[in-house]
Write a protein that binds this ligand. Sequence first.
Ligand code: GDP
Ligand code: ZN
Length: 352
Amino acid sequence: MNLESLGADNSVRAAFETYSSRGLVPGRVAISHRDQYRLLTAEGDVAAEASGGLWYRTPDAAGMPVVGDWVAARMVAAVQAIVEAVLPRRSLFSRRAAGRREDQQPIAANVDVVFLVCGLDGDFNLRRLERYLTLAAESGAAPVVVLNKADLCGDLGARVKETVAVAGNAPVVAASAESEHGLDGLMEFVAPGRTVALLGSSGVGKSTIVNRLLGEEHLRTGEVRSDDSRGRHTTTHRELVLLPRGGVLIDTPGMRELQLWAGADAVDATFAEIQALAANCRYGDCSHEGEPGCAVERALADGSIARDRWESYRKLLREAARHDRLADPLSAQEYKRKLKQMHKAYRNYSKG
Ligand code: GDP
Ligand code: ZN
């Protein structure tokens, strides 16, 4: 396997350098399931687990390997490895784990370009797009807005215009994955060594686009059958695959949920013009709720900010503040407990 085409650029090489002298090999996580991983390495596909040392040194669950991560691994058998370190990430999508409290759980790392897919049917919704743009801003991946199902749209020009108005610096591409019309515009963003992923609600055409990218119908992200170490047959699927035209696709179930994680900074970046405007309010701590000299209220009154965009901004900010507040204490405790167990197991293992 050629690691360059998998995305190992100079920065990955440089980050790996300190590990090569220790006899470790670079690999990219193709599947992560609980504490079991599947790595793509120069020698091929290997099963892997995290070393006790990695658990011990990783202060936060979010630092453990996830699909898309580059890792340094020790080969312990021909197709078996131990992950010793996770290399620095270029980008990271995280999820809010379900439950009473909220917990940041990594979903996919090192995505370069994320297609934010919207359907131009009855489902088209700019507010939802703002949410996806916020998630992209949080992750560090570059967003590309894909207006799919262009064939179903009576007024494409108007939809594109509305979309461009909220998309910031993100390119906007109209396409019809079904008829393959406009897909060239999408393929422009796919390149050897570059990692792409898709976000968008159910039914907008993500699987159809994935099939077009893979160039094969009815095969979702390379379904493969493999033997595990005990010789049992288990059906697994890779969540990271090489595309036939070059480029890497990450398609994991976690990316298909809307419960991704974003903080207030990502919200502000997505609504940059509102952020800039609010700086003109007379009072620095203006709550934009009737204070004198409020630039936001003025802009809402004269229509230079749309009321629904403003409300969308407030809503996303409230959500971000909510999980900033709820994220911490309990989940941290639970992680420490797990760490302790692992550490104990590791010590026993080293003794024995
Ligand atoms: P996903 O849930 O986002 O993965 O969406 P799918 O790819 O499963 O597509 C949902 C439905 O929309 C399927 O019936 C597709 O055939 C249809 N679809 C996908 N792309 C297009 C398109 O460009 N135009 C039209 N008319 N239908 C499409
Ligand atoms: Zn104000």
